[in-house]
Ligand binder design. Structure first.
Ligand SMILES: Cc1cc2nc3c(=O)[nH]c(=O)nc-3n(C[C@H](O)[C@H](O)[C@H](O)COP(=O)(O)O)c2cc1C
Length: 401
Protein backbone atom coordinates (compact mmCIF):
# COMPACT_ATOMS: atom_id res chain seq x y z
CA UNK A 1 0.00 0.00 0.00
CA UNK A 2 1.29 3.48 -0.71
CA UNK A 3 -0.69 5.89 1.37
CA UNK A 4 -4.15 7.30 1.84
CA UNK A 5 -5.13 7.31 -1.81
CA UNK A 6 -4.98 3.52 -1.84
CA UNK A 7 -7.22 3.24 1.23
CA UNK A 8 -10.76 2.62 0.07
CA UNK A 9 -12.20 1.59 3.41
CA UNK A 10 -11.38 1.42 7.12
CA UNK A 11 -9.75 -2.00 6.80
CA UNK A 12 -7.31 -0.53 4.25
CA UNK A 13 -6.44 2.17 6.78
CA UNK A 14 -5.86 -0.54 9.37
CA UNK A 15 -3.45 -2.33 7.05
CA UNK A 16 -1.68 0.95 6.30
CA UNK A 17 -1.36 1.55 10.05
CA UNK A 18 0.11 -1.93 10.42
CA UNK A 19 2.86 -1.11 7.92
CA UNK A 20 3.74 2.14 9.73
CA UNK A 21 3.49 1.43 13.47
CA UNK A 22 5.84 -0.63 15.63
CA UNK A 23 4.19 -3.96 16.44
CA UNK A 24 3.64 -3.15 20.11
CA UNK A 25 1.70 0.01 19.23
CA UNK A 26 -0.25 -1.59 16.42
CA UNK A 27 -1.34 -4.43 18.71
CA UNK A 28 -2.08 -2.09 21.60
CA UNK A 29 -4.56 -0.33 19.31
CA UNK A 30 -5.83 -3.32 17.39
CA UNK A 31 -6.27 -6.02 19.97
CA UNK A 32 -8.59 -6.43 22.94
CA UNK A 33 -7.73 -8.48 25.99
CA UNK A 34 -7.05 -12.16 26.74
CA UNK A 35 -8.24 -14.15 23.69
CA UNK A 36 -9.67 -11.20 21.70
CA UNK A 37 -13.15 -12.73 21.90
CA UNK A 38 -14.96 -9.44 22.51
CA UNK A 39 -13.19 -7.76 19.58
CA UNK A 40 -14.44 -10.42 17.20
CA UNK A 41 -17.89 -10.57 18.80
CA UNK A 42 -18.32 -6.85 18.17
CA UNK A 43 -17.67 -7.40 14.46
CA UNK A 44 -19.72 -10.60 14.23
CA UNK A 45 -22.71 -8.88 15.83
CA UNK A 46 -22.71 -6.15 13.17
CA UNK A 47 -22.23 -8.71 10.41
CA UNK A 48 -25.19 -10.75 11.65
CA UNK A 49 -27.55 -7.78 11.35
CA UNK A 50 -29.05 -7.37 7.89
CA UNK A 51 -31.39 -4.84 6.36
CA UNK A 52 -34.25 -5.02 3.91
CA UNK A 53 -33.87 -2.35 1.24
CA UNK A 54 -36.67 0.00 0.20
CA UNK A 55 -37.31 1.10 -3.36
CA UNK A 56 -38.22 4.24 -5.27
CA UNK A 57 -38.05 6.79 -2.47
CA UNK A 58 -37.25 10.45 -3.22
CA UNK A 59 -33.97 11.15 -1.39
CA UNK A 60 -33.13 14.47 -3.02
CA UNK A 61 -33.50 16.30 0.31
CA UNK A 62 -31.35 13.85 2.27
CA UNK A 63 -29.43 14.98 5.35
CA UNK A 64 -26.42 13.03 6.65
CA UNK A 65 -26.10 15.05 9.83
CA UNK A 66 -28.15 14.91 12.98
CA UNK A 67 -28.72 16.69 16.28
CA UNK A 68 -26.90 15.74 19.46
CA UNK A 69 -27.64 17.43 22.79
CA UNK A 70 -29.53 20.08 20.84
CA UNK A 71 -26.57 20.84 18.55
CA UNK A 72 -26.24 20.15 14.86
CA UNK A 73 -23.45 17.76 13.83
CA UNK A 74 -22.56 17.03 10.21
CA UNK A 75 -22.32 13.25 10.59
CA UNK A 76 -23.91 10.90 13.15
CA UNK A 77 -20.80 10.37 15.23
CA UNK A 78 -18.34 11.76 17.73
CA UNK A 79 -14.68 10.74 17.98
CA UNK A 80 -14.23 8.33 20.89
CA UNK A 81 -11.64 8.88 23.63
CA UNK A 82 -8.55 6.88 22.70
CA UNK A 83 -5.48 7.33 24.87
CA UNK A 84 -3.06 6.06 22.18
CA UNK A 85 -3.55 8.80 19.58
CA UNK A 86 -0.27 10.44 20.53
CA UNK A 87 1.59 7.18 19.88
CA UNK A 88 0.08 6.77 16.42
CA UNK A 89 1.05 10.28 15.29
CA UNK A 90 2.98 13.18 16.78
CA UNK A 91 0.43 15.00 18.97
CA UNK A 92 -2.19 12.71 17.49
CA UNK A 93 -4.91 14.08 19.78
CA UNK A 94 -4.50 17.47 18.17
CA UNK A 95 -4.69 15.91 14.70
CA UNK A 96 -7.89 14.08 15.67
CA UNK A 97 -9.46 17.13 17.27
CA UNK A 98 -8.74 19.26 14.20
CA UNK A 99 -10.15 16.59 11.90
CA UNK A 100 -13.29 16.42 14.04
CA UNK A 101 -13.69 20.20 13.99
CA UNK A 102 -13.20 20.28 10.22
CA UNK A 103 -15.86 17.60 9.84
CA UNK A 104 -18.29 19.26 12.24
CA UNK A 105 -18.44 16.51 14.84
CA UNK A 106 -17.36 16.36 18.53
CA UNK A 107 -13.92 15.13 19.61
CA UNK A 108 -13.41 13.39 22.95
CA UNK A 109 -10.06 14.00 24.62
CA UNK A 110 -9.00 10.92 26.63
CA UNK A 111 -7.53 11.24 30.09
CA UNK A 112 -4.70 8.95 28.99
CA UNK A 113 -3.58 11.32 26.21
CA UNK A 114 0.02 12.35 25.63
CA UNK A 115 -0.91 15.93 24.65
CA UNK A 116 -1.98 18.37 27.38
CA UNK A 117 -5.72 18.97 27.44
CA UNK A 118 -5.18 22.75 27.43
CA UNK A 119 -3.11 22.58 24.24
CA UNK A 120 -5.86 20.73 22.39
CA UNK A 121 -8.49 23.17 23.67
CA UNK A 122 -6.36 26.15 22.60
CA UNK A 123 -5.50 24.92 19.13
CA UNK A 124 -8.21 22.61 17.81
CA UNK A 125 -11.48 24.52 17.89
CA UNK A 126 -14.74 22.64 17.42
CA UNK A 127 -16.90 20.85 19.96
CA UNK A 128 -14.67 19.33 22.63
CA UNK A 129 -15.56 16.64 25.15
CA UNK A 130 -13.31 15.38 27.93
CA UNK A 131 -13.13 11.79 29.22
CA UNK A 132 -12.11 10.69 32.70
CA UNK A 133 -12.06 7.64 34.89
CA UNK A 134 -13.07 8.06 38.53
CA UNK A 135 -9.93 7.22 40.45
CA UNK A 136 -9.68 5.84 43.94
CA UNK A 137 -8.17 9.21 44.84
CA UNK A 138 -11.24 11.32 44.04
CA UNK A 139 -9.33 14.56 44.42
CA UNK A 140 -7.20 13.70 41.38
CA UNK A 141 -10.40 13.23 39.41
CA UNK A 142 -11.89 16.51 40.64
CA UNK A 143 -8.65 18.34 39.89
CA UNK A 144 -8.81 17.16 36.32
CA UNK A 145 -12.52 17.84 35.91
CA UNK A 146 -11.97 21.42 37.06
CA UNK A 147 -9.09 21.81 34.61
CA UNK A 148 -11.25 20.52 31.74
CA UNK A 149 -14.03 22.92 32.73
CA UNK A 150 -11.58 25.81 32.87
CA UNK A 151 -10.09 24.89 29.48
CA UNK A 152 -13.53 25.05 27.85
CA UNK A 153 -14.53 21.41 27.38
CA UNK A 154 -18.30 21.31 27.19
CA UNK A 155 -19.10 17.66 27.92
CA UNK A 156 -17.65 15.21 30.41
CA UNK A 157 -17.49 11.54 29.46
CA UNK A 158 -17.14 9.35 32.53
CA UNK A 159 -15.92 5.88 31.61
CA UNK A 160 -17.12 3.27 34.08
CA UNK A 161 -16.08 -0.06 32.59
CA UNK A 162 -12.72 -0.51 34.35
CA UNK A 163 -12.40 -1.01 38.08
CA UNK A 164 -9.89 -3.73 38.94
CA UNK A 165 -7.81 -3.40 35.77
CA UNK A 166 -7.58 -5.39 32.54
CA UNK A 167 -5.69 -8.43 31.30
CA UNK A 168 -3.76 -7.73 28.10
CA UNK A 169 -1.17 -10.48 27.83
CA UNK A 170 -0.06 -9.35 24.37
CA UNK A 171 1.35 -6.15 25.88
CA UNK A 172 3.56 -8.22 28.15
CA UNK A 173 4.66 -10.42 25.23
CA UNK A 174 5.51 -7.31 23.23
CA UNK A 175 7.43 -5.82 26.14
CA UNK A 176 5.08 -2.83 26.26
CA UNK A 177 4.28 -1.25 29.58
CA UNK A 178 2.20 1.81 30.36
CA UNK A 179 3.87 4.26 30.89
CA UNK A 180 6.34 3.31 28.17
CA UNK A 181 9.78 2.09 29.22
CA UNK A 182 12.08 1.15 26.35
CA UNK A 183 13.25 -2.46 26.36
CA UNK A 184 14.84 -4.91 23.91
CA UNK A 185 11.60 -5.93 22.16
CA UNK A 186 10.07 -2.46 21.90
CA UNK A 187 13.32 -0.90 20.63
CA UNK A 188 13.80 -3.74 18.11
CA UNK A 189 10.26 -3.08 16.77
CA UNK A 190 10.88 0.67 16.64
CA UNK A 191 14.01 0.10 14.54
CA UNK A 192 11.91 -1.84 12.03
CA UNK A 193 9.73 1.26 11.51
CA UNK A 194 12.19 4.12 10.84
CA UNK A 195 9.41 6.36 9.46
CA UNK A 196 7.56 6.23 12.76
CA UNK A 197 10.80 6.54 14.72
CA UNK A 198 11.70 9.82 13.02
CA UNK A 199 8.29 11.40 12.44
CA UNK A 200 6.82 10.54 15.86
CA UNK A 201 9.34 9.41 18.50
CA UNK A 202 12.23 11.63 17.47
CA UNK A 203 9.96 14.69 17.35
CA UNK A 204 8.86 14.00 20.92
CA UNK A 205 12.41 13.43 22.08
CA UNK A 206 13.47 16.74 20.52
CA UNK A 207 10.56 18.68 22.06
CA UNK A 208 8.73 17.38 25.12
CA UNK A 209 10.66 14.16 25.76
CA UNK A 210 9.43 10.58 25.92
CA UNK A 211 5.63 10.42 25.35
CA UNK A 212 3.83 10.15 28.67
CA UNK A 213 0.39 10.77 30.15
CA UNK A 214 0.43 14.54 29.92
CA UNK A 215 -2.73 15.14 31.92
CA UNK A 216 -2.19 13.35 35.17
CA UNK A 217 -2.77 15.83 37.98
CA UNK A 218 0.49 17.28 39.36
CA UNK A 219 -0.21 15.68 42.71
CA UNK A 220 -0.34 12.28 40.98
CA UNK A 221 2.79 12.62 38.83
CA UNK A 222 4.98 10.49 41.05
CA UNK A 223 2.53 7.62 40.62
CA UNK A 224 2.52 8.08 36.93
CA UNK A 225 1.73 4.55 35.82
CA UNK A 226 -0.61 3.58 38.59
CA UNK A 227 -3.03 6.37 37.92
CA UNK A 228 -4.75 5.24 34.79
CA UNK A 229 -5.37 1.63 35.56
CA UNK A 230 -5.13 1.47 39.30
CA UNK A 231 -7.40 -0.45 41.64
CA UNK A 232 -10.60 1.59 41.71
CA UNK A 233 -12.62 -0.96 43.62
CA UNK A 234 -14.37 1.52 45.90
CA UNK A 235 -15.76 3.66 43.07
CA UNK A 236 -19.56 3.41 43.03
CA UNK A 237 -22.70 5.17 41.72
CA UNK A 238 -22.53 7.79 44.50
CA UNK A 239 -19.28 8.97 42.95
CA UNK A 240 -21.07 9.58 39.70
CA UNK A 241 -23.72 11.56 41.58
CA UNK A 242 -20.99 13.72 43.11
CA UNK A 243 -19.51 14.38 39.70
CA UNK A 244 -22.95 15.29 38.43
CA UNK A 245 -23.13 17.98 41.13
CA UNK A 246 -19.67 19.26 40.26
CA UNK A 247 -19.90 19.32 36.44
CA UNK A 248 -22.26 22.00 35.05
CA UNK A 249 -22.34 20.87 31.41
CA UNK A 250 -23.36 17.70 29.58
CA UNK A 251 -22.41 14.49 31.33
CA UNK A 252 -22.13 11.19 29.45
CA UNK A 253 -21.60 7.82 31.11
CA UNK A 254 -19.55 5.51 28.89
CA UNK A 255 -19.16 1.77 29.16
CA UNK A 256 -22.66 0.43 29.88
CA UNK A 257 -24.07 -2.80 28.54
CA UNK A 258 -26.82 -3.53 31.09
CA UNK A 259 -30.24 -1.80 31.00
CA UNK A 260 -30.33 -1.46 34.81
CA UNK A 261 -27.06 0.47 34.76
CA UNK A 262 -28.37 2.67 31.98
CA UNK A 263 -31.40 3.42 34.15
CA UNK A 264 -29.18 4.26 37.15
CA UNK A 265 -27.10 6.65 35.06
CA UNK A 266 -30.22 8.42 33.83
CA UNK A 267 -31.67 8.60 37.35
CA UNK A 268 -28.47 10.27 38.55
CA UNK A 269 -28.92 12.91 35.88
CA UNK A 270 -26.62 11.83 33.05
CA UNK A 271 -27.44 13.65 29.83
CA UNK A 272 -26.23 10.73 27.76
CA UNK A 273 -24.87 7.21 27.93
CA UNK A 274 -22.57 5.23 25.69
CA UNK A 275 -23.46 1.61 25.14
CA UNK A 276 -19.91 0.39 24.90
CA UNK A 277 -17.66 -2.51 25.76
CA UNK A 278 -14.59 -0.34 25.23
CA UNK A 279 -13.96 -1.87 21.82
CA UNK A 280 -13.60 -5.26 23.51
CA UNK A 281 -10.44 -4.06 25.24
CA UNK A 282 -11.36 -4.67 28.86
CA UNK A 283 -13.62 -7.66 29.50
CA UNK A 284 -13.13 -10.44 26.98
CA UNK A 285 -16.36 -12.26 27.82
CA UNK A 286 -18.63 -9.25 27.49
CA UNK A 287 -21.40 -9.25 24.88
CA UNK A 288 -21.13 -7.18 21.73
CA UNK A 289 -22.22 -3.59 22.34
CA UNK A 290 -24.68 -3.57 19.46
CA UNK A 291 -26.34 -6.71 20.88
CA UNK A 292 -26.86 -4.84 24.17
CA UNK A 293 -28.32 -1.77 22.49
CA UNK A 294 -31.98 -2.79 21.93
CA UNK A 295 -32.69 -3.61 25.59
CA UNK A 296 -31.01 -0.39 26.72
CA UNK A 297 -32.94 1.63 24.14
CA UNK A 298 -36.14 0.02 25.43
CA UNK A 299 -35.21 1.04 28.99
CA UNK A 300 -34.00 4.62 28.53
CA UNK A 301 -34.63 5.58 24.89
CA UNK A 302 -36.32 8.98 24.68
CA UNK A 303 -35.11 9.84 28.21
CA UNK A 304 -31.46 10.31 27.38
CA UNK A 305 -29.07 10.53 24.46
CA UNK A 306 -27.75 7.10 23.50
CA UNK A 307 -24.35 6.65 21.91
CA UNK A 308 -23.01 3.33 20.68
CA UNK A 309 -19.46 2.21 20.10
CA UNK A 310 -17.33 -0.88 19.59
CA UNK A 311 -16.83 -2.51 16.22
CA UNK A 312 -18.12 0.24 13.93
CA UNK A 313 -16.13 -0.16 10.69
CA UNK A 314 -18.62 0.62 7.92
CA UNK A 315 -21.27 3.24 7.24
CA UNK A 316 -23.81 0.41 7.31
CA UNK A 317 -22.74 -0.36 10.93
CA UNK A 318 -23.55 3.24 11.82
CA UNK A 319 -26.99 2.89 10.22
CA UNK A 320 -27.56 -0.37 12.13
CA UNK A 321 -26.75 1.34 15.43
CA UNK A 322 -29.05 4.26 14.69
CA UNK A 323 -31.82 1.92 13.54
CA UNK A 324 -31.60 0.04 16.85
CA UNK A 325 -31.94 3.15 18.98
CA UNK A 326 -28.62 5.03 19.12
CA UNK A 327 -28.61 8.79 18.46
CA UNK A 328 -25.03 8.62 17.20
CA UNK A 329 -21.97 6.37 17.35
CA UNK A 330 -18.46 6.88 18.69
CA UNK A 331 -15.58 6.10 16.33
CA UNK A 332 -12.59 4.49 18.03
CA UNK A 333 -9.96 2.46 16.17
CA UNK A 334 -10.93 3.67 12.66
CA UNK A 335 -9.73 7.13 13.67
CA UNK A 336 -6.48 5.84 15.17
CA UNK A 337 -5.75 3.87 12.00
CA UNK A 338 -6.59 7.05 10.08
CA UNK A 339 -4.05 9.18 11.92
CA UNK A 340 -1.45 6.41 11.88
CA UNK A 341 -1.84 6.32 8.10
CA UNK A 342 -1.75 10.09 7.54
CA UNK A 343 -2.31 12.33 10.57
CA UNK A 344 -5.14 14.85 10.30
CA UNK A 345 -5.58 14.06 6.59
CA UNK A 346 -5.92 10.38 7.48
CA UNK A 347 -8.54 11.14 10.11
CA UNK A 348 -10.47 13.18 7.57
CA UNK A 349 -10.10 10.41 5.01
CA UNK A 350 -11.53 7.82 7.43
CA UNK A 351 -14.53 10.03 8.11
CA UNK A 352 -15.14 10.74 4.41
CA UNK A 353 -15.13 7.02 3.64
CA UNK A 354 -17.57 6.28 6.46
CA UNK A 355 -19.86 9.16 5.54
CA UNK A 356 -20.07 8.02 1.93
CA UNK A 357 -20.84 4.45 3.03
CA UNK A 358 -23.48 5.76 5.44
CA UNK A 359 -25.03 7.83 2.66
CA UNK A 360 -25.18 4.81 0.35
CA UNK A 361 -26.79 2.77 3.12
CA UNK A 362 -29.46 5.43 3.66
CA UNK A 363 -30.05 5.26 -0.09
CA UNK A 364 -30.61 1.52 -0.05
CA UNK A 365 -32.95 1.90 2.91
CA UNK A 366 -34.98 4.74 1.38
CA UNK A 367 -34.21 6.92 4.41
CA UNK A 368 -33.58 10.63 3.94
CA UNK A 369 -32.05 11.12 7.40
CA UNK A 370 -31.11 9.43 10.66
CA UNK A 371 -34.57 9.92 12.17
CA UNK A 372 -36.09 7.70 9.50
CA UNK A 373 -33.99 4.68 10.51
CA UNK A 374 -35.91 2.22 12.69
CA UNK A 375 -35.62 -1.38 13.92
CA UNK A 376 -38.19 -2.63 11.40
CA UNK A 377 -35.60 -2.22 8.65
CA UNK A 378 -33.41 -4.89 10.25
CA UNK A 379 -33.76 -8.62 9.75
CA UNK A 380 -31.62 -10.52 12.21
CA UNK A 381 -30.63 -14.17 11.87
CA UNK A 382 -32.74 -14.89 14.94
CA UNK A 383 -35.86 -13.49 13.33
CA UNK A 384 -35.13 -15.36 10.10
CA UNK A 385 -34.75 -18.61 12.05
CA UNK A 386 -37.97 -17.92 13.93
CA UNK A 387 -39.86 -17.34 10.68
CA UNK A 388 -38.45 -20.52 9.19
CA UNK A 389 -39.37 -22.68 12.14
CA UNK A 390 -42.91 -21.23 12.03
CA UNK A 391 -43.02 -22.08 8.33
CA UNK A 392 -41.84 -25.62 9.13
CA UNK A 393 -38.54 -25.36 7.28
CA UNK A 394 -35.57 -27.29 8.55
CA UNK A 395 -32.56 -25.35 9.82
CA UNK A 396 -30.56 -27.04 7.07
CA UNK A 397 -32.43 -24.89 4.57
CA UNK A 398 -31.18 -21.68 6.15
CA UNK A 399 -29.24 -19.69 3.65
CA UNK A 400 -28.30 -16.77 5.91
CA UNK A 401 -25.46 -17.63 8.26
C1 LIG B 1 -5.98 2.32 21.73
C2 LIG B 1 -7.27 2.65 22.42
C3 LIG B 1 -7.26 3.45 23.56
C4 LIG B 1 -8.45 3.75 24.21
N1 LIG B 1 -8.43 4.56 25.30
C5 LIG B 1 -9.59 4.87 25.91
C6 LIG B 1 -9.60 5.76 27.00
O1 LIG B 1 -8.56 6.28 27.42
N2 LIG B 1 -10.80 6.03 27.59
C7 LIG B 1 -11.97 5.48 27.14
O2 LIG B 1 -13.03 5.75 27.68
N3 LIG B 1 -11.98 4.65 26.08
C8 LIG B 1 -10.82 4.33 25.46
N4 LIG B 1 -10.84 3.51 24.39
C9 LIG B 1 -12.12 2.93 23.95
C10 LIG B 1 -12.81 3.82 22.92
O3 LIG B 1 -13.26 5.00 23.48
C11 LIG B 1 -14.00 3.11 22.29
O4 LIG B 1 -14.87 2.67 23.30
C12 LIG B 1 -13.59 1.92 21.43
O5 LIG B 1 -12.41 2.20 20.73
C13 LIG B 1 -14.70 1.59 20.46
O6 LIG B 1 -14.43 0.43 19.79
P1 LIG B 1 -13.78 0.37 18.32
O7 LIG B 1 -12.39 0.81 18.47
O8 LIG B 1 -13.90 -1.06 17.97
O9 LIG B 1 -14.58 1.27 17.44
C14 LIG B 1 -9.68 3.22 23.71
C15 LIG B 1 -9.66 2.45 22.55
C16 LIG B 1 -8.49 2.17 21.90
C17 LIG B 1 -8.54 1.35 20.64
Amino acid sequence: MSGLRDCYNVEDLRQEARTRLPKWIFEFVDRGSEDDLAVSHNREAFRRLKFRNRALVDLSGRDLGTTLFGKRINAPWALAPTGAAGLCWYEGELALAKAAAAFGVPFTMAIGSTTPLEKVADHAGGWLWFQIYIWENRNWTYELVDRAKHAGYSALVVTVDVNLGVNREFNQRNGYSNPFRPGYRTVRDILKKPGWATSVLLRYLMTTGMPRHANNPPSARSQHGAVLRGDNSTVVWDDLARLRERWPHKLIVKGLTHPEDARKAVDIGADGISVSNHGGRNFDSVAASVDCLPSIAAEVGGKTTILLDSGVRRGSDIAKGLALGANAVLLGRPMLWGIAAGGEAGALHAQKLLLREYELTLGHLGCANAAELHPGLIVSDESLSAHRSVAGQSPAMEIVR
